[in-house]
Design a protein around this ligand. Structure first.
Ligand code: AMP
Length: 398
């Protein structure tokens, strides 16, 4: 079966067509600036040239129509007709407490997803628009929703409750949910597979370090804690997001800078993290690494604080699980920044971590980066959220 995987944002839409048997990506691309002037689609079949076409996309239905046209194009497409696409898997950001699993999308389920919109007002409505657009153009093709929050629904109450009046949980479901669940699930399972050990026997910590970053504790195959909370702002320091701060800072800054809460929140989401801490040097770790190596104090400050916080979270999850067998690094920074991995591992002597510097310099493979003598295994596992969504989709459709 061929599965179309869709990750739909408010003005962009990423897609991949995956062959479920070989697990190969056949074609992929992105539609950008949907509903804005200058919209364009970028498309490439596996091993082929990237094509970019600037073309009007007033809405998501038109974007999906262009995606389907590209996939079935007689010259550059990869399927002869839409009938070859057996199912569509959609990334959905927030499933609240309703969805602890992926689910086949029907009218009733979509109404339940819509009820989660309050919890992710920037993401869920866009995900739903993408689903509706697909349903319009492929009414007979089964659709599956795969939630970013689902994997974390196994967290125990003591991990997901905030120290707030309980009525806010009862009335509004204010609690910690966690995100990047598809990645944490894929990477932790893959680590067990690569090591040839039963997933159910392991204590695994996954550090998903991308532009957004989160870390999770997976004990005996179940997530027991994760660093993001009600929203993806909590936890690690990120590219532009602050991560954990004293909540009183919000009122303090609002008073000092004469701004309202919305404006301060925009600073915490878009101008903070390593971008803010490096005094606007960059949110991109390629720039920060260059700066760090050149001794730029702004880069050094941001890099040190970033790695310190990752190490501190690892320590807290070792405590939460009463030990750890495997620590995994994944996503843009986790997979590509050996300096970040080395700096984090320098804090982990108490876990008997001994890095293998040669392995740590490799890229693009599932690999242990510790020596065989290391008491705790540290690995790099490239994440593949699209493949994980395709697998879930096939599992449910079959
Ligand atoms: P993601 O959100 O997983 O796509 O990660 C994006 C981030 O990964 C970028 O903002 C960079 O900070 C980081 N990144 C990507 N490639 C590299 C690289 N070669 N070296 C260091 N950081 C990288």
């Amino acid at each position: 079966m061929k599965v179309l995987v869709i990750n739909c944002g408010s003005s962009s839409l990423k897609f991949q067509l995956i062959d479920a048997e070989s697990e190969q990506c056949l074609a992929k691309g992105i539609c950008e600036r949907i509903g804005i002037d200058g919209s364009m689609i970028t498309y490439a079949r596996e091993g082929g040239e990237k094509e970019r076409k600037v073309t009007p996309m007033p809405d998501h239905t038109e974007a999906i129509r262009l995606v389907l046209e590209a996939l079935t194009n007689p010259k550059t497409g990869v399927v002869a007709s839409l009938e070859e696409i057996g199912a569509v898997g959609h990334r959905v950001v927030h499933g609240g407490e309703k969805f602890a699993q992926s689910v086949v999308l029907d009218r009733e389920v979509l109404a339940a997803v819509e009820e989660c919109n309050d919890l992710a007002p920037l993401h869920n409505p866009a995900n739903l628009i993408g689903i509706e657009a697909c349903r319009k153009l492929m009414p007979d093709t089964p659709m599956v929703g795969v939630f970013d929050t689902a994997f974390h629904q196994t967290m125990p109450e003591e991990a997901y409750m905030y120290g707030l009046p309980y009525e806010y949980y009862q009335k509004y479901k204010v609690r910690r949910y966690g995100f990047h669940g598809t990645s944490h699930s894929y990477v932790s399972r893959r680590a067990a597979e690569v090591l040839g050990r039963p997933y159910e026997d392991l204590k695994i910590i996954v550090c998903h370090l991308g532009n957004g970053a989160s870390i999770s504790a997976v004990k005996n195959g179940r997530c027991v804690d994760t660093s993001m909370g009600l929203t993806p702002l909590e936890g690690l320091m990120m590219g532009t997001r602050s991560g954990d701060i004293d909540p009183a800072i919000i009122e303090f800054l609002a008073n000092k800078e004469e701004r309202n809460i919305g404006e301060v929140m925009a600073v915490l989401n878009k101008k903070s993290g390593v971008l803010g801490l490096s005094d606007n040097l960059s949110s991109d770790f390629r720039d920060l690494e260059d700066g760090y190596n050149a001794g730029d104090p702004n880069a050094v400050r941001a890099m040190k604080a970033y790695c310190y916080r990752v190490a501190k979270y690892i320590g807290s999850y070792v405590a939460a699980m009463n030990g750890v067998d495997v620590i995994c690094f994944t996503a843009g920074i986790g997979e590509n920044a050996p300096l970040v991995r080395t700096s984090v591992c320098e804090y982990l002597g108490y876990l008997g971590v001994e890095l293998d510097q040669e392995a740590n310099g490799k890229r693009g493979q599932d690999i242990a980066i510790t020596t065989p003598e290391s008491r705790t295994t540290v690995m790099v596992i490239p994440t593949n959220e699209e493949l994980a969504i395709a697998r879930e989709t096939v599992r449910l459709v079959k």
